[in-house]
Structure formats: C-alpha cells, structure tokens
Design a protein around this ligand. Structure first.
Ligand code: SF4
Length: 460
C-alpha cells in the first residue's frame, strides 16, 4: 500500500465517523475500506449520525429517484449540522459514491452545507479531503475526476470484516455501456486489480477468520490481470489460485455478464469444489430485439447455452438473474419471450424491476417508452412466476442435507442463521457453531428462507 496524504487537522479534531451505505455490495465493501482507511487517523465508527464528526453518504445511482432520496436524507442532516456548529462543534458532511459522481456540483448547489463531494474512484483521498474540508470551513470541495492512480494502491490491505464472510473487489468499472445503465459513467472504465494484490487481501481475510469470499466487480467476469507467471489471468484462473489458499472454504463472485462467461470460468465450476454452485447472471430480457436495444451483446440463446453448460459442469447448479420489464420498445411478444425464457431456465432467485429512465443514458431518450400501467402489469406477471420458481426451489430443498455457513444469531434463542450454497438464509437450531460450516437437514421452506437442524454425513 502506498501512503495516502494525511492531514494533521483530521487527527486532532475529528474522532467519529458515521457512514450510511446505499445500494450494492461493492458500496458495502467500499464503506468497510473507508472505515479501515480512517482508523489510523483516530476515527471510530459511530452508530448514529448525531454522534459523528464526519457523516458520509456512500450513495447508489441505480434505483429510481436515487438522487432525490439522497437530497431528502441530506435535508434531515442539515439541522443537526447547524445545531452542532451553533454549539461550537464541527460536523463534516460528505457525499460519495455514484450519485456524487453523477450529480457533482449540483449537490453543493442544492445542499450548500455539504462539505465534500467525491466519486467512487477517489475515496482513497478521504483523509486529505476531510482535512481540506476542515480548513476550508464551509466552501464545498468536489473531487469527481477519475484519478490517474488506482485507489487500491493507496488503501489498506484489509477491510473491516464482520463474521466469516467477506467481499473482495477484484474488478471495477464497465465498458459494456448497456443503454439503460449509468455505471460506465459513474464508475468509469473496466479496471482489474493485480493478482498479487487480490491474493494478499484474501490471505488477510482468512487470517481474520473469513471462510467465504465473494469476489466483486461491476462486471466481475471481465477480470483480466497479469498473473505471477507473466500471463494474462481471467477470473477462472484467479479462482483456481484462491482455492489453493489454505482456509478458504467457499468462493462466490458477482456480478457477471453473459458475454464474459468463458470456458475457463465454466471449467472452474467443474473443478473447484470451493466454488459455490450458484451464480447471479443477469439476462434482463428474453427477447433478442430488446437485448439488442439494451446493447447487451448477447442473445437469449447464448444465455440458455451458458445455463446448460454451467449445469453440466456442476451438479445441482442454480441461477439467479435480473430482469427489466417495459424497456422502451418492448412489445407484448417481447415480454412473452422473457416469460418463456424464465420458464425454460428456472431460477432459484431473481430481481425484477420496471424500466425507469436514468438521465444521460441512451435509453432515457429512446422512442417507444412503455406506459407505467403496462410496465406494472407485466412486472406483476413476471414476479408471480419468479416467486413461484423461488418457492419451488426452496421447497425442493426440504429433506436434503445442505452445507450451511453459520454467520450469526437468529431471532430466537437457540438459533443461528447462515447461508446455504445457494445463498438461501437458513435458520438452524444451534448455539455455538457460529463461523463454522455445518451439515444441516432442511426441515422447512418458506418463500425466502429455509430452516433445519444439524445433520451428519454431509460433505462440507
Ligand atoms: S454490464 Fe452491467 S454495469 Fe455494465 S453497463 Fe451493463 S448493466 Fe451496467
């Protein structure tokens, strides 16, 4: 790790940081890195914003009205900041993440009390930026240029881990430019972290007690970096190397793009027992006409073939996906093609949304915007089908013995909650095996979770 610039002011004035994280797992990972980054400066995490000297909103731009939600949140914090300053104290308010990248100066215009706006590629500079914000006393700072240096070179090698699972960002940014998506504009071009850096962070995680790692990237299977042998390593090769590290019991990765599922990755599913038999692989639509309009760079049949190959590579493989209904130009027959694809593939889980316009993306100004009532109707039909598939998948687990990584206490005494290989929440009658992977006989299933008791004889 290279040394990030540190301001002396930070060390002496500010002691507590509150971070509110929106959106995806990568934002959760980034927030954990920020905690670690600020730790050497004497910061401790605050549970509530009114106990904090620095308040950070790590924002997400994916969901509908994301920016408005951030402004509403900022409105709530304004009185708190005024009260603090009237009492002679200091409160730095920072907005980071993808809304910050997309809105930039507009945030300072609409919420002038904000001290700092920074993009997702600049958070390694936070110690310096917070110091500058303290010195500037009220004039907002904007740091949304994509820096030349990689932030990963300036971040601590460890994240704040909590329990036996951890995220590890291996790739960031996206070059795909799906016509509905803001990520290429907010996170920038594709970037893969060097293999050695990834392995080192993974080792630290295992030493901290982590048993399961989820490799993260906006387009994680676009990962390509030079390996220690001087050759280009893709995600499949990286997974094989991670699997060699003692102590690693489970590997997952998210989010993937169908166009980047290659032979090496499928072979990793066949050969690496730690790689879980479950993949979130967004398809978005089952109609090629819409996939083309979305600039998805794959067809529905390509997706079908990938599903077949993954199922051939790893027994009991299960898929999850993302769907957008009511994309501009979507006709009834396109929607029916989506329903057909869902019926054919069969999903264990899925996320589905009505298309909503993201300012600045090509689809936002495309012709053929679908009326809200039609979108709602289609979404309702699709979600019923997906929910039925999820319930069927969960019910098919009853009577089976699944390996479960127990993560934390459940809501009831004598109960721990963990995850199955398929990411289902499993409530287990157990008390003192937190952090362990145990065989669980599944006795009950609901729409969203499973329950069971400790069993013997399962390969874990
Ligand atoms: S591949 Fe994913 S992150 Fe990249 S533009 Fe498409 S939807 Fe957005």
């Amino acid at each position: 790790m290279k040394e990030a610039p540190i301001s002396g002011d930070v060390q002496h004035v500010v002691k507590r940081v509150f971070i509110k994280t929106y959106g995806c797992q990568m934002n959760a990972y980034d927030s954990a890195r920020v905690i670690k980054l600020l730790e050497p400066l004497g910061f401790l995490p605050a549970v509530e914003p009114d106990h904090a000297d620095v308040i950070i909103y790590n924002t997400c731009y994916i969901r509908d009205k994301a920016a408005e939600k951030v402004y509403s949140e900022l409105g709530k914090i304004r009185q708190m900041k005024i009260a603090r300053e009237r009492a002679g104290g200091t409160m730095i308010v920072a907005v980071g993440g993808c809304v910050a990248q997309a809105e930039g100066a507009e945030i300072l215009h609409r919420a002038p009390f904000v001290d700092l706006v920074y993009g997702p590629q600049s958070y390694h500079r936070l110690p310096e930026l917070i110091g500058r914000a303290l010195r500037k006393g009220g004039a907002g700072i904007i740091e949304t240029n994509f820096p030349i240096e990689s932030k990963f070179d300036y971040l601590p090698e460890t994240s704040a881990t909590d329990g036996p699972t951890a995220f590890l960002t291996v790739q960031e940014g996206c070059d795909k430019f799906c016509s509905f998506c803001v990520v290429p504009y907010t996170r920038g071009a594709e970037y893969s972290r060097p293999v050695a850096q990834v392995l080192s962070e993974a080792r630290h995680a295992f030493e901290a007690g982590v048993r399961e790692i989820t490799l993260l990237g906006q387009n994680v299977n676009a990962y390509h970096a030079e390996g220690p042998d001087g050759k280009d390593w893709g995600l499949g090769r990286l997974i094989r190397e991670l699997a060699e590290l003692a102590g690693l019991d489970r590997i997952r990765y998210t989010t993937s793009h169908p166009a980047d599922v290659d032979d090496e990755l499928i072979a990793a599913h066949r050969d690496v027992p730690q790689l879980m038999p479950f993949l979130h692989l967004p398809v978005q639509s089952g109609a090629d006409r819409i996939l083309r309009a979305m600039n998805r760079r794959h067809t529905a049949d390509v997706y079908r073939r990938i599903a077949d190959r993954l199922r051939a590579a790893q027994p009991d493989f299960a898929l999850s996906s993302d769907f957008i209904v009511g994309f501009p130009g979507e006709r009834e027959e396109d929607f029916l093609a989506t329903l057909n694809l869902v019926e054919e593939i069969g999903f264990a889980q899925a996320f589905s949304f009505k298309y909503s316009q993201r300012p600045g993306t090509p689809a936002a100004s495309a012709e053929g915007q679908v009326p809200e009532s039609v979108k709602s109707h289609r979404l309702d039909i699709l979600q019923r089908l997906l929910k039925r598939q999820q319930r069927d998948f969960n019910e098919a687990c009853v009577g089976k013995t699944l390996s479960v990584l127990l993560e934390k206490r459940g809501r009831h005494d004598g109960q721990l909650v963990g995850r199955s290989p398929y990411l289902q929440s499993v409530h287990v009658a157990a008390t003192d095996q937190a952090g362990e992977i145990v065989p669980v006989l599944i006795l009950g299933a609901s729409a969203n979770s499973l329950s069971g008791s400790l069993a013997k004889g399962c390969r874990v």
